[in-house]
Design a protein around this ligand. Sequence first.
Ligand SMILES: NC(=O)c1ccc[n+]([C@@H]2O[C@H](COP(=O)([O-])OP(=O)(O)OC[C@H]3O[C@@H](n4cnc5c(N)ncnc54)[C@H](OP(=O)(O)O)[C@@H]3O)[C@@H](O)[C@H]2O)c1
Length: 305
Amino acid sequence: MKAIVVTDQAAGTAGMKLVERPEPQAAINDVVVQVHAAGFVNTELDWPSTWTDRAFRDRTPSILGHELAGVITALGYGTTGLSIGQRVFGLSDWYRDGTLAEYVAMEARNLAPLPGDVDFTVGASLPISGLTAWQGLFQHGRLQAGQSVLAHGAAGAVGSIVTQLAREAGAYVIGTGRAADRQKALDFGANEFVDLANDTLEDVGGVDLVFDVIGGDVQKRSAALIRAGGTLVTAVGPTDIRPADDLTVDFVVEADRAQLSEIVQRVRDGRLRTNIGKVSSLDDAVATFNSTERRAGKTVIRVLP
Ligand SMILES: NC(=O)c1ccc[n+]([C@@H]2O[C@H](COP(=O)([O-])OP(=O)(O)OC[C@H]3O[C@@H](n4cnc5c(N)ncnc54)[C@H](OP(=O)(O)O)[C@@H]3O)[C@@H](O)[C@H]2O)c1
C-alpha cells in the first residue's frame, strides 16, 4: 500500500516520503480500515510518539496521520461492535502507524460509525479538532451556560469548533487570532474578536474559561484574565501558570466514541460547521505539507479519490 512515512526528525516536513509499505494486520480488538480521507496536524513531527513506541524505542519509518474516515475491511481477534464494510471515523493511537496510508490497523474502540450522509472528507476533519474542543470545554473546562470563554485561534481547526460548541452551550465567546481572521471567527459564532497583534488582550476583562491553542506569552497573559473559580485549558504543552485556585489543565486529546457521535450529529443537524482548509490527494500530500502558503483550517488528504 502507499503511505507517507518519516525517518529523520531533523528533516521536518521535508523528510516526508510517499513509499510502499506492507498492508497492516488487525491485532486483538483491532480493525483494519481502508482510509478514504485523513486529517493532519503539522505539529505531529514534534511529538515524541511520532518517533518512538511506548517503550521509547525508535519506531521509524513511522506512518504519519492520526485521524481518518474510511471503511472497515477486516476485524481482529475478539473485535466486537463494528463490522466489515461499515463506514467509520476516529482518532488512532499516537504511537502506532497512522492514517496517511491506504490502510490502517487501529483499536476498534477509537472509532465511531460515520453516518452515510456525512462525506469522508468531513469525517476525517472532525476527530482531533472536534474531540479536543469537546474535551477542553466540557470535561476539563466544565463549561456552564452563561459563562465566558476566551477562544484562542478562533478561526483555526480547533478554535473554530471551540467557538461553535461554546456558543451552543450558552457561553459568551471572545475569539482571538490574526487580523485577517476576524470575520471568519465572527462567522463561526464568536461574540467579539481580539486581534492579538493590534488589540489589547487585557481589555477583554475577566473570563471564566481560557481555551489556549497558542501557548507562550499569549497563554501567560490570558491566565491573568481568569476570574476566581475559572479555568485555563491548554492543548499546547506544559504550563506552570496556576490561577489562584489551581485550575489549569494541560491535556492531550483522547479517542471517545460517544463524543465522536455527538460531534458528527451536530454536523448533520447544521449546528456545527467543520473548518476544512486544503484538500489534496495522497500523491500530492507531501507537496501540500511542505507548501509555504498559509494554512486556513484543517488540511485533509483524500486518500481514495
Ligand atoms: N493537546 C492536544 O491534544 C491537541 C489537539 C489538537 C491540536 N493541538 C495543538 O493545538 C494547536 C492548534 O491546532 P489547530 O489544528 O487548531 O491549528 P490551526 O488550525 O493552525 O489553528 C491555530 C490558529 O491560531 C492562530 N494563531 C497561532 N498563533 C497565533 C498568534 N501568535 N497570534 C494570533 N493567532 C495565532 C493561527 O493563525 P496562523 O495560521 O496564521 O498561525 C490559526 O488560525 C496546535 O499547536 C496543535 O498541535 C493539540
